[in-house]
Structure formats: C-alpha cells, structure tokens
Design a protein around this ligand. Structure first.
Ligand SMILES: NC(=O)c1ccc[n+]([C@@H]2O[C@H](COP(=O)([O-])OP(=O)(O)OC[C@H]3O[C@@H](n4cnc5c(N)ncnc54)[C@H](OP(=O)(O)O)[C@@H]3O)[C@@H](O)[C@H]2O)c1
Length: 258
C-alpha cells in the first residue's frame, strides 16, 4: 500500500513561493523544493541577494526558478507578488512564509519602532500575503501554507517580547485560518524551530556564554542547521500531510518539552 508512495512525486511541478527565500531557512527550503522538481519563486527585499539565490538554485538543473523583489510588510506589494508568481507558474500550490526579523531588546527598552517593524513583517506581512495567496488557492480548491514560526511562539525568552508576540500571534493566526479555509482544501500549519544557525543568529553566537546557555536549554544539546527545518517544511508541503492542518510542528530539539 505504501511501497510506491513517492514523496518526490507530490512535490514535482508544484508551484512554491518562499518568502525570505534568499537566506537561511527560506533559502534551504527553496533549495529542497528546487532539487525535488518544484517550480520555485523566492522573495526578499535585497535584489542582489535574490539574484544570487536564483543563480544557486538554478545550479540544481531546475530552470523553473524565479526571483521576486518585494517587501511583505507593504500590502500593495503583496498583491503584485502574487500576480508575479501566477504569471510565472499559473498557480501557487505552496506558500512558505519564512521572511522574518528579530531585534533582541529587553522589555523595558523596546521602542514603538522596534515593535512595529517586528510585528509588521513577522505577523501582519505573513497574514496579508497569505490572504492574497488564499484568494488564489480558494479558486484552485487546494493549497498548503507553511508559516515558519518559532519555539518562541510557544514559550517566552529573554529579550524577545516583541518577537514572541509576533510568533505567538502567527501560531494562533495559523489555527484560525486553518479552521476557516479547510472547506477549500487549504491546509495551514507552522514549523516552530529552536535556534538555527543563519544570518539571523550569527551575531548572537559570537557570544560563547549565550551559545552555551542556548545549548544547555536544548535537550538534544545542539543548535539547529537550516537542513534540520527543511524536512518538516517538505513534509507539510507533500501529500504525506494531507490530513494535517492548524498544527505546529516543533523542530526544537526538545526546548519546549520541559
Ligand atoms: N534562525 C533561527 O534561529 C530561527 C529560529 C526560529 C524561527 N526562525 C524564523 O525563521 C524564519 C527565517 O529565519 P532565518 O534565520 O532564515 O533568517 P535570515 O537568514 O535572516 O533570513 C531572513 C530572510 O527574510 C527576508 N526578509 C526579511 N524581511 C523581509 C520582508 N519585509 N519582506 C520580504 N523578505 C524579507 C530576508 O531578506 P531581505 O532582508 O533581503 O528582505 C531573508 O531572505 C524567520 O521567520 C525567523 O523568525 C528563525
């Protein structure tokens, strides 16, 4: 019954938009989709980084790769982003919302500007781009959205109040959307990683004390790599997860288990 279950087959030719696809978790997700024959659009704000990502992704031999420059915190741009993907590929089967930022600061020091920037990208931007994409998916009567949340959408941490608020919001937004859009066969889930080595965390880990503190909080005793998150993303994008919606797949080495 399962011996000819072909994971790769369900990703082949499907059209995927990855926000934050120029770097880190987004880039590695895009690479995995590209290597499995999907049509991949990568989105970020920095044009040079997008060009470089597209160049590297095409090195897989997959020519169905497009780069889109845009800012998800701008609602007008979100409409254009969707149109560009539909023009290139005809549909959007999978949206991976990986674009995100953090500005670690203590609760007593967070400014309104910090708060707005973090919430505008991590939560509001992810919502309004998803809304655009859902309007398309409703017509298709299918689609999968994978929001890259964080363990900090589930638990608090020092210097992360605005970030935790954005990811906690993303977790519950995911559940609410999943309930509402299930009738259109649209599945919406989150992947919630622990600390992962990317450009987002590069600076933090120059501090050996901080790095050790983080490792000690992770029962599996290792900081993640983008590759560790990609398996969860591919699972939620594939046919193997067809009955999964409104859930959070924690890739956190056990951080939230104790
Ligand atoms: N690394 C971790 O430890 C970790 C842990 C848990 C969750 N996460 C989450 O995982 C996601 C990816 O993180 P990462 O570590 O891969 O970060 P990263 O390496 O810093 O990459 C972030 C990506 O998002 C893009 N981006 C940021 N703001 C954007 C905007 N307004 N519009 C469009 N693109 C935007 C960036 O490109 P531009 O700057 O050019 O726009 C870049 O491509 C984030 O949502 C993050 O919160 C990360």
């Amino acid at each position: 019954m399962y011996s000819n279950w072909n994971f790769k087959e369900s990703l082949k030719d499907c059209s995927v938009l990855v926000t934050g696809g120029s770097k880190g978790i987004g880039y590695h997700s895009a690479l995995a989709f590209a290597e499995n024959g999907s049509k991949v659009a990568v989105l970020a704000r920095d044009g040079k980084d997008i060009q470089e990502a597209v160049r590297l992704l095409r090195k897989t031999g997959n020519e169905n790769i497009v780069g889109i420059q845009g800012d998800i915190s701008n609602q007008e741009e979100n409409k254009q982003i969707l149109q560009k993907v539909v023009t290139a590929f005809g549909s959007v089967d999978v949206l991976v919302n990986s674009a995100g930022i953090n500005r670690p600061k203590s609760t007593l020091e967070i400014t309104e500007e910090d708060w707005d920037q973090i919430l505008d990208i991590n939560l509001k931007g992810a919502f309004f781009l998803s809304q655009e994409v859902c309007n398309q998916m409703v017509q298709q009567k299918s689609g999968k959205i994978i929001n890259i949340s964080s363990q900090m959408g589930h638990v608090g941490y020092y210097g992360r109040t605005a970030y935790c608020a954005s990811k906690g919001g993303l977790e519950l937004m995911t559940k609410a959307m999943a309930v509402e859009l299930a009738e259109y066969n649209i599945q919406i889930n989150t992947v919630a990683p622990t600390f992962i080595e990317t450009s987002l965390t590069e600076e933090y880990f120059k501090d050996d004390y901080f790095k050790e503190k983080v490792i000690n909080n992770i029962p599996l005793k290792k900081i993640g790599k983008p590759k560790d998150v990609v398996g969860a993303v591919l699972y939620l994008a594939s046919d193997m997860s067809n009955l999964v919606t409104g859930t959070s797949l924690k890739v956190d080495g056990g951080w939230t288990a104790w």
